[in-house]
Design a protein around this ligand. Sequence first.
Ligand code: FAD
Length: 559
Amino acid sequence: MTPRYLTDTFAIAPQLSIADVADAARQGFRAIVCARPDGEERGQPTIKDMERAAAEVGLTFEAVPFAAGATPPQVDVDRLNVVLKGAGGPVLGYCRSGNRAAQLWALAQAGTLPVEDILAAGHKAGVDLSPLVPLLKQEAATSTTSHAGPGRRFDVVIVGGGAGGLSAAASLLRRRPRTTIAIVEPSDTHYYQPGWTLVGGGVFKAQKTRMPEASVMPKNADWIRSTVTHIDPDTREVTVADGGVLSYEVLVIAAGITLNWGAIAGLPETLGRNGVTSNYRYDLAPYTWELVEKVSRGNALFTQPPMPIKCAGAPQKAMYLACDAWRKRGVLDAINVEFDNAGGALFGVQAFVPALMNYVRDYGIALQFHSKLVAVDGERRIATFERTTGDKTERVEQSFEMLHVVPPQIAPAFIRESGLGDASGFVAVDPGTLQHVTRQNVFAIGDSAGTSNAKTAAAVRKQAPVVALNVAAALDGKPPVALYDGYGGCPLTVERGKIVLAEFGYGGKLMPTLPRWILDGQHATRLAWFLKKDVMPPLYREMLRGHEFMVEPEKISRT
Ligand code: FAD
């Protein structure tokens, strides 16, 4: 296999054989990209077989197939960009001749490299990319990213292009398409985090939960690919990492919640090794399933840190799916499963506890309340907990074969440092209007908000139209018009194929979306599993596009 290099980090080749994959790894490639659909010619190795071969030699594999003669779809161009940025070394693209892979690469460079350089790179590898010139020029002109700079003013600046930031922007643009919006987001990949539980449970492949940020960024918004480091609410300015400044009329904070891995001594060094995993990271969730498949005896520990955390049910979801797999494999009895929960209850809303307790008993799980993970020794496979009984707290060491950790979670630092936080550091907003308690032109959505709802994407679904309506009112100099009811949802995956769907609002008030005779959230149901696995992922994508399904925010009456 002789690759033809376009640049130091990207090369092309004609159709690879299975054996070529190991050769590519030996030549130093870190990722392989297939630009050709299956079945174009007899004997062509399938994408699935190539993916397996790549995994065996530790290479990333991405399939972005399109027909010869067709224009590469933007979503595939974006995917290649994600691979190029994340591979950490050279990437090898292939198709029948290598040309389609080169075309994808060319479009991925539009707006970043001058058109002449792109053509020259193609020429070097023996590919004529000149038919793409009009497209390359057009792409360069409409490149989705831009930069903060002196004097850049927007009607709305949104900090964070995750579930909340994107949904709020899209909902606002549907109502007021001419609003100028900047979304500050450093990552070029958007993750569907609710899918990570299913990755850790062996149901989804990790790749299914990631998409190029460019593919979910609203077309009419300016994407500032950077990190907000400071907000000055007096001058209405946001400073980003490279020192650039953006001015706003209205600010929406949607920066999520910070995972504080470092708060547990020894944890960062051993994550992803020595049986230590977490569904709270894209790259680690597959390791959870790998461990579940491997472990046949010994101690399996699942931890839950103090609240608040995003998706408070996720620590136990990982555990139930593991237990279900172990039971099906006939090894559950040989595994001591323990749930170490820093809190004092299995779930925050009592109505759902009986259904969960049935599974705890059934799987033989030992519950340890007020048991907080404080240290991990990966090499020795020892976890240390601080356990409180009455007024006595002691340190307890526990050996493990598998340790699933959910890290402590804190508000992003820049919120407190900007004087916009409450006592816990999250944005101090009114729980109904999501407007800041003292700054009328500041709002929060999602996990950054200092509200007591369940921090979930389900909450974002209900918050987005409220924020959109209230931001629009603020832009008109008017008071808020819509109220959020505190709705949040937590689909507890108690076994593969069944879910206890906990839906509730402020104060633990039960708020089922469907009538109880269709879906009883206080019992495990197959319908809820179907919703989680098949309906929610596309629904989430629609939410990011500003589609508001079954959401009608309460309006504030001012009579
Ligand atoms: P995020 O979606 O996390 O987005 C925050 C964005 O802000 C990120 O893109 C980040 O890069 C960006 N950012 C951070 N700091 C800055 C900065 N300084 N400047 C600029 N940008 C910044 N929810 C459910 O509804 N159902 C579930 O079943 C479910 N399961 C889950 C399972 C797991 C394992 C996890 C981890 C989460 C789960 N969630 C679930 C929770 C859900 O994913 C989050 O509540 C949701 O993503 C919150 O949206 P957000 O916009 O507040 O934060």
